[in-house]
Write a protein that binds this ligand. Structure first.
Ligand SMILES: Cc1cc2nc3c(=O)[nH]c(=O)nc-3n(C[C@H](O)[C@H](O)[C@H](O)COP(=O)(O)OP(=O)(O)OC[C@H]3O[C@@H](n4cnc5c(N)ncnc54)[C@H](O)[C@@H]3O)c2cc1C
Length: 383
């Protein structure tokens, strides 16, 4: 039976929430002290749905980025289970999605995480009394410590012109019937993978990007995963606007790794994909790019996902109750351990202005674990 009180509650069972739970248990935390609550039915549901929708074969990140706090865990898992070398791509060892997911599943199973998981329950509010009081759609949970790992998928961004019945976001549900002629909008990995997926189904694809296809191996320069690379970022101190501008500038949302760009370019050169470059404009029900009509039987926007601002989320009651500090761009002001207030920690997009351009990536979950988990044990010793 799920208890109504817990020492540690993680809100969000995506890659970040799972990474935090795994780190907590790997470093000596007790399973019975932990609960994870999520709006989805199972752990990692968003990740699996999003990556399978676009039929991603390999991750963009490297072999040391996964849900364990041991950097070699994925490599060791691969050797133990005889995964062939094709499961690690290029010199960065980007893992195959199949192997990465198998490793997640195995870790979740070994640590019995599913027994501490409350699925299908969105958190609706949080307040502070003697402990944190968290209201889900179905129950009230009290927790001494809360980690918020709700990711960036709460809002699907689609452009204003896409207000047509045949336009949808690539991650929207329920799925509509696919047409033989599809327009894919966006220049990042989601759009390029999705283009390949639809070509594999024998569909005609028009790809619309604002700029020519752009190569970047990672979401941002790899140096931002270490203190040296982040020196200029940290020098900005509490200048939140500049820090936000830094993160925005350095993250490369409209770019993809070389192999993916090459594959799509080949399809463009051989005429299998029509590529239109420029801003989309709408006249009545007709879409144009650079003066050319864009097929609109089915338009799939791969135009990004966005987190909810805390003020528009279940965090609002707590934010108001404790007058928690916000930056001018509406994100929480966190300390170096990612605490917003005593016992409340934030990861992912909420930690952008502390961790820098990789806060939202798998690395960001691992870095959050490195900062948060030791604090949980310090807090326990003091009790
Ligand atoms: C197609 C795709 C490919 C990617 N590939 C890579 C890659 O190769 N490498 C990399 O580093 N990053 C990659 N990313 C970025 C990736 O999204 C993140 O690394 C990772 O999935 C983020 O995990 P998360 O836990 O923060 O978010 P999510 O996976 O979105 O998990 C958040 C969870 O919080 C839950 N939640 C939200 N609100 C509530 C609420 N109110 N109550 C209860 N639960 C709630 C959601 O249901 C969800 O399960 C990719 C992203 C996409 C979309």
């Amino acid at each position: 039976m799920i208890p109504s009180h817990t020492r540690l509650l993680i809100i969000g069972g995506g890659i970040h929430g799972t990474t935090l739970a795994v780190a907590y248990l790997e470093q000596g935390g007790q399973l019975e002290d932990l609960l994870i609550v999520d709006a989805n039915a199972e752990l990692l549901a968003n990740w699996k749905r999003q990556t399978s929708t676009i039929e991603m074969t390999h991750l963009r990140s490297t072999r040391v980025h996964h849900v364990s706090s041991n950097p070699h865990a994925l490599k060791q898992f691969a050797s133990r289970h005889d995964y062939g070398s094709h499961h690690f791509k290029d010199r960065f060892g980007r893992p195959s999605l199949a192997m990465f997911n198998d490793h997640c599943e195995q870790t979740i199973k070994e640590l019995k995480l599913a027994t501490r998981f409350i699925g299908n329950e969105a958190v609706q509010s949080i307040e502070r009394k003697d402990t944190f009081v968290v209201q889900t759609t179905n129950r009230r949970i009290t927790a001494e410590t809360v980690i918020v790992s709700t990711g960036q998928s709460n809002t699907m961004h689609i452009p204003d012109w896409a207000n047509l019945s045949t336009c949808r976001h690539v991650f929207s549900t329920p799925h509509v019937a696919e047409q033989a002629n599809v327009t894919v909008v966006g220049g990042g990995i989601t759009a390029l993978h999705y283009t390949l997926a639809r070509i594999n189904k024998g569909h005609h694809v028009t790809l619309v990007t604002k700029r020519p296809l752009e190569v970047s191996q990672f979401d941002a320069d790899r140096s931002f995963m270490g203190p040296k690379g982040l020196r200029a970022f940290h020098r900005l101190g509490d200048d939140w606007r500049e820090k936000r501008a830094f993160v925005k500038r350095e993250r490369k949302p409209g770019s993809s790794p070389n192999d993916l760009v090459l594959k799509v370019k080949r399809l463009i050169l051989t005429g299998q994909v029509r590529h239109l470059i420029g801003e989309t404009v709408r006249d009545g029900d007709v879409l144009y790019v650079d003066g050319q009509i864009v097929p609109s039987e089915e338009v799939v926007c791969c135009t990004g996902i966005r987190p909810l601002e805390p003020i528009h989320s279940f965090l609002r009651p707590l934010l108001e109750q404790l007058s928690l500090p916000l930056t001018p761009c509406g994100t929480p002001v966190l300390d170096d351990t990612l605490a917003w207030t005593d016992g409340l920690y934030m990861t992912g997009p909420y930690a952008d202005l502390v961790l820098g351009p990789f806060a939202r990536a798998i690395y960001g979950g691992q870095e959050a674990a490195r900062r948060i988990v030791p604090r949980l044990f310090e807090a326990k010793q003091k009790v």
